[in-house]
Design a protein around this ligand. Sequence first.
Ligand SMILES: Cc1cc2nc3c(=O)[nH]c(=O)nc-3n(C[C@H](O)[C@H](O)[C@H](O)COP(=O)(O)O)c2cc1C
Length: 303
Amino acid sequence: MPNLKVKLGKLELQNPVMPAAGTFGYGEEYASLIDLDKLGAIVTKGISLAPQAGNPPPRIWETWGGMLNSIGLQNVGLEIFVKEKLPFLCRWRMPIIVNFFGYSSKEYAECAQRLSDLEGVAALEANLSCPNIKKGGLQFGSNPQTVAKITNIIRKSTKLPLIVKLSSNVSDIKEVAMAAEGEGVDAISLINSIPAMAIDLERRRPALGGITGGLSGPAIKPIALKAVWEVAPRVKVPIIGVGGIMDYRDALEFLVVGATAVQVGTANFTNPRTMLEIIEGMGAFLKQRGIEDIKEMIGSLGL
Ligand SMILES: Cc1cc2nc3c(=O)[nH]c(=O)nc-3n(C[C@H](O)[C@H](O)[C@H](O)COP(=O)(O)O)c2cc1C
């Protein structure tokens, strides 16, 4: 069997496949459907200091080739996460990456610090890119200066491996990624869902309760691939590719353009076994071609 192990800074993964934040809850719903220990890691739904109710319904809308969501970062908040969700996740061997966000740099820092004190958390993923909340989210990830500032504050608040998740909805993704790297992040996730909208024509109203939402799924894969391809040669830290990955071929395309690992989001809703099928498919693809190590695929794009 080919070697599928990869490293994200100090974090070692048995394979490069993990769920995308917010599409896998806290693992509970999926634990009865798939063996979580087969994943490279688990990434939690985004956590904030206080619980969030999220946006009004409807919060999900299917579109051609994708899905719109305006969940608005609904979550149980840090305290309940620690008491009720983390112990469940700690039953598995795979590393737990906690996705988190705040409404100010102070909140990001406090959240990072408190998560760092917890046993069982392997790494943090700071969401600097959510399109679904009015204050925070994308606002923090929109230009190199703000990304540098907030990353600097978060970096000082945690010794855990730190991943920042960026949006493609910026004028120059390369500059934003380089700004994050300059502040000492261990990896960069690219990309979040893309600000978008759908209309219910009969009612002449927005389809989503939150009016606008984030587009995800196959429709955004080409955008995500380009973002990874653009950023990969400019940073030394590993990149986690996210956006529209539905099968092992999609996942391997992200590795070819320079990602070290991948996250799978929307596909989990259509088939909860997608990630396991991707891991198996990657292994079979490499074996068939006599490739012994998945690392040979990373950044192997010929131009
Ligand atoms: C329902 C839903 C909830 C999400 N919640 C979060 C979140 O809490 N934090 C985050 O960083 N990204 C969140 N995302 C973005 C995904 O992690 C991912 O970046 C995006 O969906 C693109 O990947 P995909 O096309 O494979 O779904 C969410 C996406 C969806 C569809």
